[in-house]
Design a protein around this ligand. Structure first.
Ligand code: PAF
Length: 303
């Protein structure tokens, strides 16, 4: 039976709870979340535990207003701290940091914030301008407060993970960023806090995202063009899915070169609206040799 996690709602409480581990030089693991926790988050917590052994695992629960644009779902974003604490307890989390907006942004919107650069403007960033500025700013603040050795993020938010890695690299932050594999339902739907907005019919329709990505994976050995065609064909057969983007990129979200050596890694990413709910998903690809290229059609790929 795991112990109830200690809950800190202020920076001072958090610092006090971490003081012993820091003094003893024990590694600290951080799993940043916005709450509404599910099995996907539980797997991030397990990954953090594996990495820090008997060091403390900290889960932050904070719905970050800075990463929501006007008209996005900030107000309706699910907040369920009691249930979240139970999940953290089951996973043996040591500390939950659940601050208020005023605690994180004492002076309101910060005057200094992080710019996500070119990668922040494509894919999700195109539809959600300012989103990654908000994500990176709050993650940098959490890194500053927790000073973790290891921070675990899900691969489901692949662009977010790529940008956090880039931030750590560009700003010389001493944090080991771990990307944990996406956890899926029995029918392939990627776990997401937003899935709870789907009614039964939409929940069924949403499985098309996973089928679309798998259709590409099934023919990855024939190269990126063929893989993208297969994915598009799968999507055309789907009902109720309003596509935003479907792209194949290199593993760092860059444009694929014209000639891709067989065996190269790539990523296929999709974003679509089902009803009013925007869903994203992605999968790795290992591309084989491009067997046919069609004249007049530019290379499929890149954001
Ligand atoms: O992925 C999320 O839940 C959020 O974007 C994060 C990383 C906790 C920052 O608010």
């Amino acid at each position: 039976m795991s112990a109830t996690p200690a809950v800190a709602s202020t920076r001072a409480e958090l610092a006090a709870l971490l003081a012993d581990a820091r003094a003893a030089g024990r590694p600290i693991g951080l799993v940043p979340t916005m709450g509404a926790l599910h099995d996907g988050h539980a797997s991030l917590m397990r990954t953090a535990r594996e990495r820090v052994a008997d060091g403390p695992v900290v889960v932050s629960i904070f719905v970050n207003p800075l990463q929501f644009g006007a008209g996005e779902d900030l107000d309706r974003y699910p907040r369920m701290l009691d249930d979240d604490l139970k999940l953290c307890e089951r996973e043996g989390v040591d500390i939950v940091f659940a601050p208020s907006v005023e605690e994180v942004y004492p002076g309101g919107d910060p005057q200094v914030s992080l710019k996500a650069g070119p990668l922040g403007k494509v894919l999700e960033g195109k539809t959600r301008p300012g989103h990654f500025r908000g994500v990176l700013t709050v993650v940098a603040k959490l890194f500053g407060l927790v000073r973790p050795d290891v921070a675990v993020f899900g691969q489901k938010d692949y662009q977010q993970l790529a940008l956090i890695r880039r931030m750590v690299l560009d700003l010389n932050m001493a944090v080991d960023v771990v990307g944990a594999e996406t956890v899926r339902e029995y029918d392939g739907l990627a776990l997401s806090s937003r899935n709870r907005y789907l009614d039964d019919e939409q929940r069924q329709q949403a499985t098309a995202l996973n089928r679309t990505l798998r259709a590409a994976q099934d023919v990855e050995r024939y190269g990126a063009d063929v893989a993208l065609d297969a994915a598009r064909a799968e999507l055309r057969a789907a009902d109720g899915v309003d596509l935003d983007y479907l792209v194949i990129t290199d593993p760092d979200l860059g444009v694929l070169p014209d000639v891709v050596p067989p065996g190269s890694g790539a990523r296929i990413l999709i974003a679509a609206r089902v009803g009013t709910t925007r869903l994203i998903d992605n999968m790795p690809l290992v591309l084989g040799e491009q067997v046919a290229s069609r004249e007049g059609e530019s290379s499929c790929c890149g954001p």
